[in-house]
Design a binder for this molecule. Structure first.
Ligand SMILES: Cc1cc2nc3c(=O)[nH]c(=O)nc-3n(C[C@H](O)[C@H](O)[C@H](O)COP(=O)(O)OP(=O)(O)OC[C@H]3O[C@@H](n4cnc5c(N)ncnc54)[C@H](O)[C@@H]3O)c2cc1C
Length: 388
């Protein structure tokens, strides 16, 4: 097993976490990324305790402690009145309750740290400018082909290439992800410009009919990250980073509380984006011989539980653990898929349901409830100790 060479397709948050976990298991890993340079979008990410466990497993515990923001209080707010409908936390007691902290972090900071750690262990581990286009399997070997004409052969291939995964299409046939009828806006503003609007809790989701608006601090309260998710009946544009304007976002959120509107209005020109949300139905199988899937490639989901990246982090850590305990490659891939399929399916299906709950016509129906993540007990999962 120690001579096993693993090809990872996609250097996103999921692919790099898997790389670190596989390196930790003593395996040789080569990562192939389509983009000409490594990078992540300028947005925030919530790292719930279950995701923190995975990052600790791959050695990023100290990084998260140094760079993550810990929200000491969070709430769901009524879109018109600002009334606190429910609390998600009242103090930073997560560590005590779940054994790991809850963090909010800039995506690019986490992505840089994952890549730096993988390169620390192997400076040549990541090859950019390699867009995967196809694969062949025979005699226990996998050969990946890339758009630039290159090819690479290894013992295992892990498709970590996101919601439009080409590896998934190679295994199970091409099928476009489904537009979910949701559009998302995101922006980042300097915190000093909106501090008075970050009330009554530093982290909050404002809930209105067909729309939610979430905002929280990142980079040690230097910036505020915000995300709006709204139902829409049409969408024609493709891409993750389509420029949007303040007026456009206000045309959707114009009846939201003045605090939410003030944060939207503070978005500097060129720093507001929109994109359509897609998901897929859960897959019956993830693995074909020596090729499997991980992260959004395996289970893209709506963001209403804030769990998409967390599932990729858990997958990555669990894949490493599977290779640690198994005595053959086939056994490792079987253990990995068995350990991850039901949990990710449950979270995917509940992410859809949570959208319906948040976006009901009457937000007061959420009075005295809690966030979906807490209701479903998603933070209780610890990838370091759960069965493999
Ligand atoms: C509005 C919104 C808010 C969210 N907020 C949260 C949150 O707070 N917490 C959370 O846990 N999750 C959140 N998520 C989900 C999270 O962003 C994703 O689930 C996560 O980024 C998926 O990681 P990944 O590595 O699987 O895929 P990606 O991040 O998509 O990475 C895939 C990588 O593969 C590369 N690639 C693609 N095609 C190829 C190819 N053919 N060959 C080689 N490389 C290729 C890409 O360039 C990219 O680098 C949110 C999502 C949305 C939409």
């Amino acid at each position: 097993m120690k001579d096993t060479h693993i090809l990872v397709i996609g250097a996103g948050i999921g692919g790099l976490t898997a790389t670190l976990a596989l390196q930790k298991a003593g395996l040789k890993v080569s990562v192939y990324e389509a983009a000409p340079q490594l990078g992540e979008v300028g947005a925030g990410l919530t790292i719930s305790p279950n995701a923190t466990h995975a990052l600790e497993y791959v050695g990023l515990g100290p990084f998260m402690a140094a760079k993550g923001d810990k929200p000491e209080a969070g709430a769901g707010l009524h879109y018109k009145t600002g009334e606190v409908l429910y609390h998600t936390q009242r103090d930073s007691s997560f560590k005590q309750k779940y054994g790991a902290e809850y963090y909010q972090i800039h995506r690019a900071d986490l992505h840089d740290a994952l890549a730096a750690k993988a390169r620390e262990r192997d400076p040549g581990v990541i090859r950019v400018g390699h867009a995967f286009v196809g694969l062949d399997q025979s005699g226990g070997k996998v050969t990946a082909r890339f758009a630039n004409g290159a090819a690479a052969t290894g013992d295992v291939l892990i498709g970590c290439d996101g919601v439009r995964s080409v590896v998934r299409a190679a295994l199970f046939g091409a099928e476009a992800p489904k537009f979910t009828g949701q559009v998302s806006f995101r922006g980042m503003v300097e915190a000093a410009r909106v501090l008075e609007h970050m009330v009554p809790t530093p982290s909050a989701t404002t809930i209105g009919p067909g729309r939610i608006f979430t905002r929280y601090f990142v980079r040690h309260r230097a910036f505020v990250n915000f995300v709006g998710i709204a139902r829409t009946d049409r969408w024609t544009e493709e891409g993750w980073s389509i420029p949007a304007t303040v007026d456009e976002m206000l045309s959707v959120y114009g009846d939201f509380h003045a605090h939410a509107q003030a944060i939207i209005k503070a978005a500097p020109p060129g720093k507001l984006f929109k994109w359509a949300l897609f998901d897929r139905d859960p897959l019956a199988e993830w693995t074909v011989d020596r090729v499997t899937l991980l992260g959004d490639a395996a289970h893209p989901m709506l963001p209403f539980l804030g769990m998409g990246a967390a599932m990729g982090l858990e997958d990555g850590a669990m894949l490493g653990r599977a290779f640690e305990v198994a005595s053959t490659i086939d056994e490792a891939l079987k253990r990995y898929e068995a350990a991850r399929k039901e949990r990710t399916k449950m979270v995917l299906l509940n992410s859809r349901k949570q959208g319906l709950i948040y976006q009901s016509e009457d937000p007061t129906s959420m009075r005295g409830s809690t966030s979906g993540e807490l209701r479903l007990g998603l933070f209780d999962y610890n990838v370091k100790t759960s069965a493999i």
